[in-house]
Design a protein around this ligand. Sequence first.
Ligand code: DP6
Length: 357
Amino acid sequence: MSLIHPINLLDSYDQIEGKVSWQSPSNIALIKYWGKRPVQLPANASISFTLSEAHTITSVAYQPRKSEWVHFSFEGSTEESFADRIVKYLTSLSEIMPWLQLLSFKIESSNSFPHSSGIASSASSMSALSLCLCDIEKMIHKVPHDNENFLKKASYIARLGSGSAARSIYPRLASWGVSSFLTNGADEFATEVKGVKDVFDTFHDDIIIVSDAKKSVSSSAGHALMDNNIFSKSRYQQANLHMSILLKAMAEGDLMTFGKVVEDEALSLHALMMCSDPSYILMKPGTLEVIENIRAFRKETNLPLFFTLDAGPNVHMIYPDSIKRQVNDFTNSRLVSIAHDGRIIKDHVGLGPVKIL
Ligand code: DP6
């Protein structure tokens, strides 16, 4: 079934008015998406845990088109740079959603996590906005979407806003990209990954905030640098190999193999940044200090505590719920002092976006 339905534009949009709201979470990649092909397609398949506490709530009110096409506010104030990105994004969707041109939108967005927490907000914000757009489309046109196709289209639209946002549409574990190891992998949208042991539904993600400074190189610029990175070909092979090892480990509940792949992925991502031309480093001394402590803890206790990194300095510490008490003691005694202002954001694997009624 095609996701892009030729929508019959209604004769008149004079009467159309309403408002929709969605809450959508961030996600943390286990196999990283790093490098892309036009248009916004991944160079390799990626897989992520959908988070829960770190989310965006977006409301979109729509009415017949007025002189101002889009009014965007973030946490109550107008943010020029965000607004520009939203207008560009909606303009780019005009072919897929031609009705966008016929309405005016008031978009309000807020995050559950502090703006400067170092959590990438594009996954949660772009997925929340995409769900709102698909919902409006469903309401004002007779789009033949069942729930499965509704989510597929939302993921497709989210991907065009930010690649990793495609995965946030699905609960628990989501993959994006074609891989011979994934049954339903697609480059245009993400899918939920099933068939892994239940222990992975209990995973925590405690984010140790090492720095909340703005990144020196954006993710989009980082992806672009992969085009000329001399390691890019081997990186895509490595990601594919990692996918097969990770999925097997998750199906068997082999936590140590799972953790090894996840940590290798995080370090490969940052190694690629260091080997880019121009080279750059997003890790800070505190990042390495946290990693060394996590590795020492694992050596001492043999407990399945692992780290991963986003495109930034903050460390995501992931572990099953069964070792929560030990991790809490370890965090208090060894990590709080390294964290910037002692800040640690606690999250866990979540059930995906929800519509707010
Ligand atoms: C390191 O999805 O933020 O977090 O598609 O340009 O918006 P754009 O990039 P983005 O890249 C995410 C990179 C990553 C890995 C991942 O989430 O897979």
